[in-house]
Design a protein around this ligand. Structure first.
Ligand SMILES: Cc1cc2nc3c(=O)[nH]c(=O)nc-3n(C[C@H](O)[C@H](O)[C@H](O)COP(=O)(O)O)c2cc1C
Length: 168
């Protein structure tokens, strides 16, 4: 791909919160897992564990963990991104894996939204999924074929870029 094409592709990824009722093939979900696990990680620890949720009852419970995760109920799949908290970079590593997954999904014509989870809600997520306490929960990603198509945006602001020293 040409450099401009890569940038265009990255900018086309947008958060999607409305989905078609169309099942995602298991092979497609496996591709997303491969993309996620291709991410860099501190000391190459790869502390992530991904819980792929398709069960409607479990998605419904997850969708009530906080106000802004409601779309998980109607998405055909949700990926809960967790990491072993004994690994010092687990959040960074899981964030890198999440972005890889979002971009890979966009390339497959899938929509996603990253729903952040903080520790007070992580407890609820672990309980719903029967996950051990050692796992921190970074986010829940709703995944599905889009029923809305937000326009691409670059968000580039040159004043956010500082050359050599802050403020320059
Ligand atoms: C750490 C993090 C937490 C987020 N949490 C939520 C969330 O709980 N619910 C939601 O609808 N979107 C959530 N988002 C998505 C952002 O709202 C979205 O990325 C932002 O508005 C920019 O839009 P875009 O993704 O289309 O570029 C989150 C994104 C990040 C990176």
């Amino acid at each position: 791909m040409e450099p401009e094409e890569v940038l265009d592709f990255i900018c086309r990824r947008r958060s999607v919160r409305r989905f078609q009722k169309k099942t995602i093939p298991e092979e497609t979900l496996t591709l997303l897992m491969k993309a996620a696990m291709a991410a860099p990680s501190g000391n190459n620890a790869q502390p992530w564990e991904f819980i792929l949720v398709r069960d409607p009852q479990i998605k419904e419970e997850l969708s009530r963990v906080h106000t802004w995760v409601y779309m998980v109920a109607d998405a055909p799949a949700a990926v809960v991104v967790t990491g072993d908290q004994s690994s010092e970079w687990w959040e960074d590593d899981c964030a890198a894996a999440t972005e890889n997954l979002l971009l890979a999904a966009a390339n497959l014509g899938l929509g996603t939204v990253w729903c952040g989870i903080k520790e007070h809600d992580a407890k609820k997520v672990r309980k719903i999924l029967g996950a051990p306490e050692r796992l921190g929960v970074l986010c829940i990603i709703a995944v599905g074929y889009p029923a809305e198509s937000p326009s691409p945006h670059t968000k580039y602001r040159k004043e956010k870029v500082h050359w050599d020293r802050f403020g320059k």
